[in-house]
Design a binder for this molecule. Structure first.
Ligand code: GLN
Length: 452
């Protein structure tokens, strides 16, 4: 419950004024939200306020808010004004949340550190020479720097959890199919979910759960979204849970990161079971093959005619489309369109894409088996702490950092990142992955970790 709604919004706007010049978490700030705060304060006094009354929320730049820009931090959509609200936005507004602005991200959500934004990189509030993580870097930084109470991000391969880990906040990717993607500008449809990011600590975890309850649940405008949130976010286990640790996941991390997270796992006091995933080396190629194929297809609509910056119609169709795409997409987006188009070509499809689908299926079965033996799987969220801006020199170096997060997307499982401590002043995230629709246990364990 927000005690003083008007004071809260002014505090957040002041924090933006003071720090966002340096952090650059936002692309657009909605200063007119103070009027909404006044209305909601009145409603609260009259005892008619919704579940999130006065909660100040930032929204990632790929989620549509009617009448506002949804840029995806791309030149291609720099002037795109969303004509409708995403379902998650309608639901937040119906429960009296206040949307404070649209946040920066990697262009079209392609990246792990928000440096591929066409506008500017977002800086980590814990050390402004370092990245905030990505692709929802603006979202995480806006929460970590006290510029909002919660943020909406999207997670296709780790984009909520990675920046949550780097900025020391909480980030949840819910079970696939529990939150509507209607109004989310798609990156790779079979992998992504919208998720909430909130601060650090027990209250923040509770707010995260509450936000998921508000945004989640069936939506007839998203054919995949048929699952009721109902009891899912509440505790579902009577027995003390067992926690699994995948040895290869810990081995893939910096020693100090592994040790920090292992200490936190031990402190939970659950029975710990070691697991082995020989397929770990296939995770990155499998994710990138599937994601790029779906991404290349999703990007076809930006041709300068249907969507995106206007093509020069004086030129031939091929020339004008090619020019619009060449001029307005950044390097990383182009790289993925090329890769995805290539691997889905009829001639080579079976060598790459079909193969990746096979691994995805095997992986899903493997995790079903794991989660028959244990109730949760814990690991670090990222193999390192936040790196310096510009430090990742090659795309493959950047891709490798997603090794611990992509599994939850490939298998559809829920996964949270919570703060597990710091190394040299930089936050370390612990990831907890649960069974489908068992967000309740994930949240409960995350909250328990806060007590230890
Ligand atoms: N880092 C991953 C990628 O670059 C994840 C992206 C995401 O979740 N949107 O593909």
């Amino acid at each position: 419950m927000i005690a003083d709604i008007e004071e809260n919004i002014h505090k957040k706007l002041d924090a933006i004024k003071k720090t966002d010049g340096k952090i650059r978490a936002f692309v657009d700030i909605f200063n007119d939200c103070t009027e909404r705060a006044q209305e909601i304060a009145k409603k609260t006094k009259a005892g008619r306020a919704g579940k999130l009354a006065g909660t100040v929320i930032s929204v990632k730049g790929n989620i549509c808010i009617k009448g506002r820009r949804a840029t995806c931090s791309s030149k291609m959509l720099e002037n795109y004004i969303a004509p409708y609200n995403a379902t998650v936005i309608d639901r937040l507004l119906a429960e009296d949340a206040i949307i404070i602005g649209s946040t920066n991200m990697d262009e079209f959500a392609c990246g792990s550190d928000t440096t591929s934004s066409a506008f500017y990189p977002t800086r980590n509030p814990h050390d402004t020479t370092r990245v905030a993580g990505g692709s929802s870097g603006g979202a995480a930084a806006s929460v970590a720097a006290g510029m909002c109470d919660a943020a909406l991000g999207s997670d296709t391969g780790g984009s909520v959890r990675c920046p949550a880990s780097f900025c020391g906040v909480t980030g949840m990717k819910p079970t696939y199919g529990t939150v509507s993607r209607y109004g989310l500008i798609d990156m790779a449809m079979s992998l992504e979910q919208i998720g909430a990011m909130t601060g650090n600590g027990k209250d923040a975890i509770e707010l995260n759960r509450k936000t998921l309850e508000v945004i989640g649940g069936p939506d007839k405008r998203d054919a995949q979204c048929n699952y009721s949130i109902g009891k899912m976010t509440k505790r579902t286990h009577a027995k003390p849970p067992t926690i699994g640790i995948i040895n290869q996941f810990f081995d893939a991390c910096d020693k100090a990161v592994s040790n920090t997270v292992m200490r936190q796992v031990d402190k939970l006091g659950y029975e710990v079971m070691e697991l082995s995933l020989e397929e770990t080396k296939y995770l990155i190629p499998t994710y990138y093959l599937i994601m790029c194929t779906e991404f290349a297809s999703a990007m076809q609509k930006y041709d300068g005619y249907k969507y995106g910056q206007k093509a020069d119609i004086a030129k031939s169709l091929a020339e004008s489309v090619s020019e619009a795409r060449s001029n307005h997409f950044g390097k990383e987006v182009k790289r993925r369109i090329l890769l995805g188009t290539y691997v889905s070509m009829k001639e080579v499809q079976d060598d790459w894409y079909t193969c990746a689908l096979g691994v995805r299926k095997a992986l899903t079965q493997k995790f079903e088996k794991f989660l028959g033996e244990v109730d949760l799987i814990a690991s670090p969220t990222m193999p390192t702490v936040a790196w310096k801006i510009g430090e990742k020199a090659t795309p493959t170096e950047m891709y490798a950092a997603d090794i611990l997060t992509v599994t939850a997307n490939l298998t559809g499982l829920p996964a949270i990142s919570v703060n597990a401590g710091e190394i040299g002043g930089l936050p370390v995230g612990m990831q907890l992955m649960g069974r489908k629709f068992e967000e309740g246990l994930v949240y409960e364990t995350a909250a328990m970790a806060m007590d230890k």
